[in-house]
Design a protein around this ligand. Structure first.
Ligand code: FES
Length: 107
């Protein structure tokens, strides 16, 4: 068993040169929303779920991006509602949200 049942990494990187980055899509606000939601549901902590911010995951043009381990499923999202769907379906129930999923392999 891993320390966390599922671990969600949300890229919040900002590119100061103005090029495309996850911060342009309110990624930090969405990450905070996810963190608060899991805590409110009592699902945050060792043996349960964890949300972490990450630096650039090098998929900027597909962003904003997030990735869920241990399944290593990559997602994009438009807003907090999309993140709620990722939490409700994938983190809580292990069902991949295909409509928000990014390809596993580099194109
Ligand atoms: S800025 Fe988020 S993947 Fe690069």
């Amino acid at each position: 068993m891993s320390f966390y049942k599922r671990h969600l990494f949300v890229c919040t990187n900002e590119r100061k040169d103005g090029s495309q980055c996850c911060a342009q899509h309110d990624a930090e606000a969405v990450r905070l929303h996810a963190k608060k939601r899991l805590k409110a549901l009592g699902l945050s902590g060792p043996g349960k779920m964890r949300v972490n911010k990450s630096g650039c995951l090098d998929r900027c043009s597909e962003g904003p991006v997030a990735v869920v381990y241990p399944e290593a499923v990559w997602y994009t999202y438009d807003d907090a509602e999309d993140m709620d769907e990722i939490i409700d379906e994938h983190l809580l129930n292990g069902r991949i949200v295909e409509r928000l999923r990014l390809p596993d392999e580099p194109e």
